[in-house]
Structures are given as C-alpha cells and as structure tokens.
Design a protein around this ligand. Structure first.
Ligand code: NAD
Length: 246
C-alpha cells in the first residue's frame, strides 16, 4: 500500500495500538500527526516516525476536550495543510462493577471514546469533504459488540462508536470519504494489561488461535481501511480477534 502524500492524525498515538498504527502508516509513506494526552508519549512516537523518514508532528491534547481538539486541529492544518486519514484510537479502560460505578466514571468513558471521536471527526470532516477524499477509522472493541462484565460504561461507549460509524458512513459516502470501525480482540498493550491476570488468562483460553494479538495486528487492519484499495469498504467493522467471536 502506498500512502505517499497522505497525512494521518492518530489519537492516543503515543502507545499500544495507536503507536503501531502510526508506524505502519509511516512505513507506507504517510506523514503523521501523533496526538496523545501525554506530551512525552506523543513526542516519543513522533521521533520514531521521523526516524522512518516521514514528517511527524506531536500534539498533546485531551480528545475529550472540545477546545483542546480544535486547537490541535488548527495546529495540524497550519503545519501539514490537511488531514486525509483520521484514526480515532485514544482510549481508557477501567474495570468497575456497574453497581459501584460513579456518574463521573460513566461520563468520562463516554467523553473520551465517543466524545473524542465526535470532537476529532467533526473538526476534520469539512476539509475532507472539500478535497473529496477521506478515511475515518474509529477503534471500537469486542466489548462494544458482545458486552463485557465490569466494563458496562466501556462497552456502551464502544457500541456508540459503531452506530456513529454506520450513520456517518451513509452521510459521507458520496464525498469520497469512508468511515469504518475496528473492533479488536485481546491485544497486548498497557491498557489491556491493566485487567486482572485471571481475566487475561480467561480471554487467551477462549481465543481459538491460542494467544493474544499484537498492536500491529490492529495497525495493519487500520492501514487497509486507510488505503486507496479500500475505497469500496464503508460502514464496516473489522475484528482482528484471533477468532474469539465470529
Ligand atoms: P494504550 O493505553 O496502550 O494506548 C492508549 C493511548 O491513549 C495512551 O497513550 C493514552 O495516553 C492515550 N489517551 C488516553 N486518554 C486520552 C485522551 N483523553 N486524549 C488523548 N489521548 C489519550 O491502549 P491501547 O490498548 O493501545 O488502546 C487503544 C484503543 O484500542 C483504545 O480505544 C482501546 O479502548 C482500544 N481497544 C484495545 C484493546 C486491547 O486489548 N488492547 C481491545 C479493544 C479495544
């Protein structure tokens, strides 16, 4: 896949799946804006992108904060002139039984996952429409498809991303913009490793391939959806998950 001349913005790009996606898209020739709430993480991955010979712009911003996202988008567009590919990846995951969940925990989960997806997509979509080309990819989860105990807020927010994806795909199809979701299974990242070790083992045990996935397994799915070759794919959810659900 050749992504020369394309510019991608990856939220939560400083770690795990976002980092791997930044590097895979950069290897394919794209210039990369690495967003993360942590400036150190964004700068670290931007350095890795630059080492691959691509332009790299780290921007620290909280995707849940509408004003910060607008500032980020202005900075991105004034530096790199356009964003062709948006990967809504930033995420958090905190296990808590529903009956002990606070309203603040519920709100935060929605603010980051679906609020962040709204903020970034809404801020970038007009310039994609103006150019008649765009790729919007949002990271959902198996939890959003199947539901996960201890993660009711996360599951609900990840399911919201799927409705957002399908509706927006219909709206933007005639503008040359595809909108898709990726719903990963268990992927070895700092976020996933925060679950209880017993839960981790339970997931590995019920995954037919017999092991967890790597961040690159998701990055390659994102790269396909971001490519020219995927122009007929929209409103879909791809699930690299080792067969844990089918
Ligand atoms: P990770 O913790 O390695 O990376 C997430 C990154 O997002 C971190 O660098 C973090 O600093 C950043 N971030 C968090 N909140 C942010 C905010 N408000 N604004 C900007 N950046 C923020 O985790 P990961 O596993 O790579 O997660 C990436 C995405 O994949 C998440 O949306 C997650 O829900 C989803 N996901 C992960 C798995 C898995 O098994 N790892 C499975 C399904 C879905």
């Amino acid at each position: 896949m050749d992504m020369s001349g394309k510019v991608a913005l990856i939220t939560g790009g400083g770690s795990g799946i976002g980092r791997a996606t930044a590097l895979v898209l950069a290897q394919a020739g794209a210039d990369i804006i690495v967003n993360d709430i942590s400036p150190e993480k964004a700068e670290g991955v931007a350095g890795e992108v630059a080492d691959l010979g691509r332009q790299a712009l780290p921007i620290a911003a909280d995707v849940a904060d509408h004003t910060s996202v607008n500032t980020m988008i202005n900075q991105a567009l004034s530096n790199l002139k356009k964003v062709d590919i948006l990967v809504n990846n930033a995420g958090i995951g905190v296990e808590v039984p529903f009956h002990q969940m606070t309203k603040a925990e519920w709100d935060q989960m929605f603010a980051v996952h679906i609020g962040g997806t709204f903020n970034c997509t809404h801020g970038l979509v007009q310039q994609m429409i103006d150019r008649g080309w765009g790729r919007i990819i949002s990271i959902s989860s198996g939890a959003g498809l199947m539901g996960e105990a201890g993660l009711v807020h996360y599951s609900a927010a990840k399911a919201a991303i799927l409705g957002f994806t399908k509706a927006l795909a219909r709206e933007l199809a005639s503008h040359g913009i595809t909108v898709n979701a990726v719903a990963p299974g268990l992927i070895d990242t700092p976020l996933a490793r925060s679950i209880q070790p017993e839960t981790w083992e339970k997931f590995v045990k019920i995954t037919p391939v017999g092991h967890e996935g790597r961040p690159e397994d998701i990055a390659h799915a994102c790269a396909y959806l971001a490519s020219e070759e995927a122009s007929f794919v929209t409103g879909q959810t791809i699930s690299p998950n080792g067969g844990i659900w089918m």
